[in-house]
Structure formats: C-alpha cells, structure tokens
Design a protein around this ligand. Structure first.
Ligand SMILES: [Zn+2]
Length: 168
C-alpha cells in the first residue's frame, strides 16, 4: 500500500474554546499553575518551533494548537501539529514538500509535587513523558517523534506521478 501526503490546505479554526489561547515561541510550557488547579482544568496554547526531520540536519518549522488538561496524576496534552517536511518521491526520486497534520495525545507526569515540592514516583511506562523539576512541560520531543512516525513509507510527489522521466 502506498501512502500519500495530504496536499490539502489545513484551515485552522479558532473557536470560542480557544479564546484564551496563548502564543508560544517555543515548545516549553510552564505548567506550575495548572498543576495546582483542580482535575479537569484546561489551558489552550499555540506552539511553534522548528524540528530536524532528516539526517541532513535540515529543519522544518512546526506549529500547533494544544489543550493541556489536569488529570489526577498528570497533564494530558491533546491537539494538532502542522509541519511540512522534505520528502523524496518513491517513484521519481525528486524531493518535494510533504505537509503533515498530526493528532497528538500524550500524558506528561510531574517529577515533583507542584504544591509541596516533594518528589513523585513516575509511572512504569518507559515511554511516558515527564514534567521537569521547574514544572516545565517540554513538547519538543513529541514534536520530533510524531512527524518521524507519520512520514509515509513510500511518499509520492503527486498521486499520478509517472515515475522517472528518462528524456527530461
Ligand atoms: Zn514523483
């Protein structure tokens, strides 16, 4: 099976739920206040940054909208990331822009209790993310991992790519 990049334009709809949105220049969000609030409290953020998606070190701008929700022992991050990566067409071998829209959902666990400052045990899942001792939730690793997982195995520059053109 061949996967295609989504070439449609992504329209960002900012509804009333996002009226309290905060623009971030980085992928790091201080969540010390949110950790002190009750279960179910939410904050919405816009994030942006750059990620390295290739071995050549080329970086791609990435942005997204995320909602952070306080749960009983963590902060649940849900949202969308938008990134355009350089891909190589599997038929004609040309490089082209491959826009990706990524749905993210990850749980971040604090290493310290926000109120008392006492260390908290981290969950057993080795892949879980943590919130550092300064109560900073860092989304850069999520922003790096998701696009890598989402890159199609056999990308095509367009659905009807004719393949290698010997006489061009
Ligand atoms: Zn092609």
């Amino acid at each position: 099976m061949t996967a295609f990049c989504s070439n449609r334009t992504v329209t960002v709809i900012i509804d009333k739920a996002f009226s309290g949105i905060k623009a971030m220049n980085t992928m790091q969000i201080n969540v010390s206040q949110l950790l002190k609030e009750g279960i179910g409290s939410v904050r919405d953020y816009e994030i942006s940054g750059t990620i390295d998606t290739t071995d050549s070190g080329a970086s791609s701008p990435i942005r997204g909208e995320v909602r952070l929700m306080r749960t009983s022992r963590s902060i649940l991050v849900k949202g969308k990331l938008y990134v355009t990566i350089d891909a190589t067409c599997s038929r004609c071998l040309k490089t082209f822009d491959c826009p990706l829209t990524l749905d993210i959902e990850e749980e971040f666990f604090p290493v310290l209790d926000a109120s008392s400052g006492t260390p908290l045990p981290l969950p057993d899942e080795p892949s879980s993310f943590s919130i550092d001792e300064h109560q900073v939730l860092d989304l850069s690793e999520v922003a790096r991992q998701y696009p890598i997982l989402a890159i199609p195995m056999k990308p095509l520059c367009r659905n009807d790519c004719p393949g290698m053109q010997l006489n061009s």
